[in-house]
Design a protein around this ligand. Structure first.
Ligand code: UDP
Length: 285
């Protein structure tokens, strides 16, 4: 079920193949999200990569959710490249895993309640150890792994999660499940920021490694993922070349820039908040 539009949805910089993207810098993206946290506003954050975008076309419910998310961050290098190629918008990549960890630090500092859903039971247990050590003040109001015995079990866990009224909810169920879960359940919360975090719990718990710096700098994170998790080959090669081909060959965009460049002009509400101040706080919690 698509979310109700919120004032934050007004600010997508660009529309890429029909998907709004907040083509902005990391500080501004974080400011958008922390503003929602402070306002107690429902806010679905999507960290968009080419694979998701292509899946969105093949899977209409996912496509609808991606289009109605409140904040869409250009996570994948492919999205950053496509924004440049098609719309001449230059932004740097804002990795979802980094945004999510910054949000956890911020929640610990500001006392927001955090819910964690997803990953394997072992990963969840190691994740809680990691978070307790790194953020002793963090209030984890809900934590559960993402493997369910039955639909009834999943419903029960979902109800338990919602009952704790998390203010920041990180959902690691993989794409598209996490996006669909958030779209269905976020409206049942009074107000919360929910982020689909993919494999972030696996990385924070130490079970998986992020691509080394050199791969990230060369925008080859996808290659590292294929080499360390060969089962991804089919998934990545099934979407990435098609995405590249589409970016190169699709007619001159009619989608275009929608509004003024938000990296230069923050929404009025954010000007009050001072995006850079928030970002500073986030990077030095
Ligand atoms: N996962 C889960 N329940 C499921 C399927 C997946 O909790 O039914 C977890 C999985 O253990 C992993 C995360 O979801 O921690 C997905 O990670 P992945 O790197 O595959 O994310 P994606 O590539 O989809 O962003």
């Amino acid at each position: 079920m698509p979310l109700e539009p919120s004032p934050l949805t007004i600010q997508p910089a660009a529309v890429l193949f029909g998907y709004p993207v907040h083509a902005t810098n990391r500080a501004h993206a974080l400011a958008l999200v922390t503003e929602a946290l402070h306002r107690g506003q429902r806010c679905h954050v999507v960290t968009l990569n080419p694979e998701m975008l292509m899946q969105g076309d093949a899977n209409p419910p996912l496509g609808a959710v991606l289009r109605s998310a409140n904040v869409v961050i250009p996570d994948g290098a492919g999205v950053v490249w496509a924004l440049k190629q098609r719309l001449n918008i230059m932004v740097s990549r804002t990795p979802g895993i980094e945004v999510s960890e910054a949000l956890i630090g911020y929640a610990a500092q500001q006392g927001f309640r955090v819910g964690l859903l997803g990953a394997s039971p072992d990963v969840m247990s190691a994740l809680l150890d990691f978070l307790t050590l790194k953020y002793p003040a963090l209030q984890v109001c809900f934590a559960h792994h993402g493997y369910f015995d039955s639909p009834e079990h999943e419903d029960l866990v979902t109800q338990q999660c919602l009952a704790t009224q998390p203010q920041l909810l990180l959902v690691a169920l993989g794409v598209p499940k996490q996006e669909l879960w958030i779209a269905e359940n976020l409206p049942k919360l009074r107000g919360a920021v929910a982020v689909g975090v993919g494999g972030s719990f696996d990385v924070w718990s130490g079970q998986k490694k992020r691509a080394p710096w050199a791969f990230r700098a060369l925008h080859l994170e996808w290659l590292y993922r294929i080499s360390s998790e060969p089962w991804r080959i089919q998934r990545i090669l099934g979407t990435l070349p098609a995405f590249v081909w589409r970016v190169i060959t699709s007619p001159t965009p009619t989608e275009g820039l929608q509004e003024s460049d938000p990296s230069k002009e923050a929404p009025a509400s954010l000007k009050e908040n001072n995006a850079e101040d928030v970002a500073q706080t986030l990077s030095h919690p």
